[in-house]
Design a protein around this ligand. Sequence first.
Ligand code: DON
Length: 316
Amino acid sequence: MACEQGVNVATAMDNGVLDAVLAQVRPLLGQGKVADYIPALASVSGNKLGIAISTVQGEHFYAGDAHERFSIQSISKVLSLVVAMNHYAEEEIWQRVGKDPSGQPFNSLLQLEIEQGKPRNPFINAGALVVCDMLQSRLSAPRQRMLEIVRKLSGVHDIAYDSAVARSEFDHSARNAAIAWLMKSFGNFHNDVSTVLQNYFHYCALKMSCVELAQTFLFLAQGGHAAHISSPIVTPMQARQVNALMATSGMYQNAGEFAWRVGLPAKSGVGGGIVAIVPHEMAIAVWSPELDEAGNSLAGVAVLEALTQQLGRSVY
Ligand code: DON
């Protein structure tokens, strides 16, 4: 949805807007902190900055470290929800997980106890773990299925899990395991905890670049349809619903601040990636590994803020 002052994207790109935005934001590098609670992520250089855009017209634009792969982490939560939407009726999903922002850190247990094991939304860890539990119940090979979907959507056949990152997270999984066991105590988790945690950590450990992410998520800007795939990924209504959840819960306790500064549905990951959607127009992926206190890429948010201002884009 372009706002009245929106400028033509191709013209802006010809005028070097992506390089200009990265140059504007680069001084912020050094102000955030690379995630270190997953030891395998701590060694990533904080000095990276990349952006890629895929448009519904089939154009691709990129700048900076746009081709370098990184750990997509919580960005995968959008994809696991999409797979669940393919295998479950609407009411089956939403009786087990809510649709509201949590206002809490992504790995908090606080509301879960008070709200009897029903996570606020599918993008906090608790909600994503319930979704992974659902996938384990209905899919014979959930990890393989996710790889197939991501490879199909991106058109890139060597996208894979970083098993060192998945193992590192499994070795430090006390908090996510506690979340899963607490939900089990309320009857909202049906499968073996460690099997589902392994699937979840693998999804988070997908390694993708900004270019691959922008192409993968373009279907959410196109009413659930990926141009190179004949059958729809999700219905137009489901695409709208996923975008709404990203807008309200994709950036955790900073969702309001992000709506204020950027004004787009988006999902972040502690690997420093953020995917943002301009409905009916484009998908944008940014990457910079240093995070703010909410676990969102500090420079990544600033890049999206500068870009949306330059292009005159917002859903609000
Ligand atoms: O479960 C975790 O803590 C990580 N695998 C994912 C967290 C994450 O990416 C939160 N995003 N900003």
